[in-house]
Each structure stands twice: as structure tokens, then as C-alpha cells.
Design a binder for this molecule. Structure first.
Ligand code: SAH
Ligand code: AVI
Length: 331
């Protein structure tokens, strides 16, 4: 077992972001089977498409979580310490954070961390206008490589917020690493509110990722549009199609982009070949039971404080129980 103490968190730079996009795309498309990291869905167009997904009749998670937040925000807020900063991971839109902030007079600052810079800054600007007494300090970056918090925020007690079941887009072992890192950032004794989608009837899950309007398909295909634009590739969008299905053995929705024919193309000078039917695996969305998520959190240093659910979706309040300074990632 390795033990490590992380003293300083290195801020992500724009140069890192551009360099790693090309490197990650070439590595992922050269792998067998081909894959791409889901964090690259979220350019400005991808973030806007995701917002449309959240309003689709088939995509129940956002509706369910918003209802749980509206009903239970006072109970959640009662767990927050005075004069705290709410740190939201993947907080592209502050729609959900606004509910918590509205219920918690103790929240003095809001720090959304998101990779989708343009979308994040626009939302932060609107929030500053709507809540002038709230300090709003967005951080553009990858929440897997958590950037250091601004000093003024690091001096406040911190509450974490990770809605939307974005934690389900991690592999379970990555989710455990993330929870440990978030624990270090938020500090010993801190509270973390996390939205987690639940295992349920496969047909409900299938419909949520195969909507009749085809918005999820556009969201998936936008990854190729982004690679064409930013990396000068020549993917023919008409030659790929959206596939999403529930893998019951692994409790996850898988999204893929399937090649409709045999084809060859180049990305960043690297030659690629696709067989007819071959796919690029673009996203997993893991679903948990209440117990399996609590066990994951517990194994990462977080004790369950409360859980709210409507049977389809769940929101968990956790408390950091271990000394956040000396926890290793890989335990
Ligand atoms: N919190 C919102 C949005 C969920 S969509 C909700 O609950 O509806 C996922 C969000 O996480 C997007 O805003 C996306 O830009 C962000 N995101 C995804 N991967 C990320 C990463 N590795 N680092 C930082 N942000 C990320
Ligand atoms: C952000 N994340 C939790 C969404 C999900 O449901 O896994 C992303 C998404 N992919 C397709 N539809 C929505």
C-alpha cells in the first residue's frame, strides 16, 4: 500500500487542455477497443446540448433531482457550517446550486469547478447579477486534477456539491479516487452533497439515452464535430451513428459511436481504420443502489449522513471522517 501526502494541487492551464485533448484523442482512437473520454463532450455546443437533454421528457434524472432538492434543501442546508463556501464539481449550470444557496443563509461563496469554460463564465456572470451578496469564483479545470482553491475560499469551511450523477461517468475505481481527492480539497469534517442515479428497469434507462428527438445522439456525435474543428480531422458524421444500451452485468449505460461502414481517416497525422459496425466507446453512466454508493463513499473516507430518494434518483449527504491530509489515493 502506498501512502502519499499531497501538499499542493497544481492548477490546470489552457496549454495543458489543448495538448491533452489531441493526445487523449489519438491515444483513445488508437486503443482497442476505440474510446474517447466523456469530459470532451463539453465544448460550448456540447454544454448547450446537455442542457437540452436535461429538459427532455425521457431524461428523468434532472427532473427527479430538482424535485428532491426543492423538497429537501432545508434539511441539506441544516448540515452546512456558518460562513461556508459551496464548491460544485461539474457545475456548468448553477440551476441546482441556486436551490441549495436559496435555502442556506450560511453559504457566503460559490465555487463551481468545470471544464466547460465559456458556459461556466456565462453562468457565473448571471449568478453574480442575481445574487449580488454571494461571492462567485468559478474555476475552469478538470475536477480529476483538482486545482488549488483561491486563498480566500481555502480559509472558509467548505461544503461539496456534485449533482447530476456525473460521478456515474467515472469508473467506480476512479470515483473512489475522486472522492478521496475531493475530501482533501474540502477538508476533514466537511459535508458533501452528491446526486447519484439508481439502478432501475432497463427500459426506463434505455429511453433516457435514446430520446425520440435525437438530442442525445447529437450530443454524442458532437464529439466528432469538435475533433474535426479543433484537431483538423475529417470525420464524416453521416458515416457514424449513436448507440446507447444498458449493460446490466455492469450496471451501466454505455454510449458508443458506431461506424456504418469500413472507412479510413487521419486524426493529427495518425491513420485510423474502422470496420463496419466498429464503435468508439464514448461514455459509461454507472447506476448504483443506495447501499452500493454508500459502500463506495465509505471506502473513500466519507460517512453517510442522510439519503433522500424518490426510487429513481438519490441525493446523499456525506461527512469526511478521515484526516483529509494523510489519505492516499490508491487505498
Ligand atoms: N451539474 C450539472 C451538469 C452535469 S453535466 C447537472 O447536474 O445537470 C456534467 C458537467 O460536468 C458539465 O458541465 C461538464 O462540463 C462537467 N465536466 C465533465 N467532466 C469534467 C471534468 N473532468 N472536469 C471538470 N468538469 C467536467
Ligand atoms: C453528465 N452525465 C451524468 C450525463 C449522464 O446521464 O451520464 C451525461 C449524459 N450522457 C448522455 N445523456 C446524458
Amino acid at each position: 500500500m502506498t501512502r502519499s501526502v499531497q501538499t499542493a494541487l497544481r492548477p490546470a492551464t489552457l496549454l495543458d487542455a489543448a495538448g491533452s485533448f489531441a493526445a487523449d484523442v489519438v491515444a483513445g482512437l488508437s486503443a482497442k477497443p476505440k474510446r474517447l473520454p466523456p469530459k470532451y463532450f463539453y465544448d460550448a455546443v456540447g454544454s448547450a446540448l446537455f442542457e437540452r437533454i436535461t429538459r427532455l421528457p425521457e431524461y428523468y434524472p434532472t427532473r427527479c433531482e430538482l424535485a428532491l432538492l426543492h423538497q429537501q434543501a432545508p434539511a441539506m442546508a441544516s448540515l452546512f457550517p456558518p460562513g461556508c463556501a459551496l464548491v460544485e464539481f461539474g457545475g456548468g449550470s448553477s440551476r441546482k446550486a441556486r436551490i441549495l444557496i436559496g435555502a442556506a443563509a450560511t453559504v457566503e461563496a460559490y465555487v463551481p469547478i468545470d471544464i466547460s469554460g465559456e458556459f461556466l463564465q456565462q453562468d457565473a456572470g448571471q449568478l453574480r447579477r442575481d445574487m449580488p451578496r454571494l461571492t462567485v469564483q468559478p474555476i475552469v479545470g478538470d475536477f480529476m486534477r483538482l486545482p488549488a482553491l483561491p486563498l480566500a475560499i481555502a480559509a472558509m469551511p467548505r461544503v461539496g456539491f456534485f449533482p447530476g450523477s456525473t460521478i456515474g461517468n467515472f469508473e467506480p475505481h476512479e470515483a473512489a479516487v475522486f472522492l478521496r481527492r475531493a475530501g482533501r480539497l474540502l477538508g476533514a469534517g466537511s459535508v458533501f452533497v452528491i446526486g447519484v442515479d439508481l439502478i432501475k428497469a432497463p427500459d426506463i434507462l434505455y429511453r433516457a439515452y435514446n430520446d425520440a428527438e435525437g438530442i442525445t445522439a447529437k450530443f454524442n456525435l458532437n464529439l466528432l464535430v469538435r475533433i474535426n474543428r479543433e484537431l483538423g480531422a475529417d470525420f464524416d458524421l453521416a458515416a457514424f451513428e449513436h448507440h446507447a444500451f444498458y449493460n446490466a452485468a455492469r450496471n451501466r449505460i454505455e454510449m458508443h459511436l458506431a461506424s456504418k461502414k469500413r472507412q479510413k481517416l487521419k486524426v493529427c497525422g495518425t491513420a485510423l481504420e474502422f470496420r463496419a459496425g466498429e464503435t468508439i466507446h464514448t461514455e459509461n453512466s454507472y447506476k448504483y443502489s443506495l447501499g452500493s454508493f454508500q459502500a463506495l463513499a465509505h471506502g473513500s473516507g466519507w460517512s453517510p449522513l442522510a439519503t433522500w430518494t424518490d426510487g429513481l434518483f438519490s441525493v446523499h449527504a456525506l461527512r469526511m471522517t478521515e484526516d483529509a491530509g494523510v489519505i492516499a489515493d490508491d487505498r
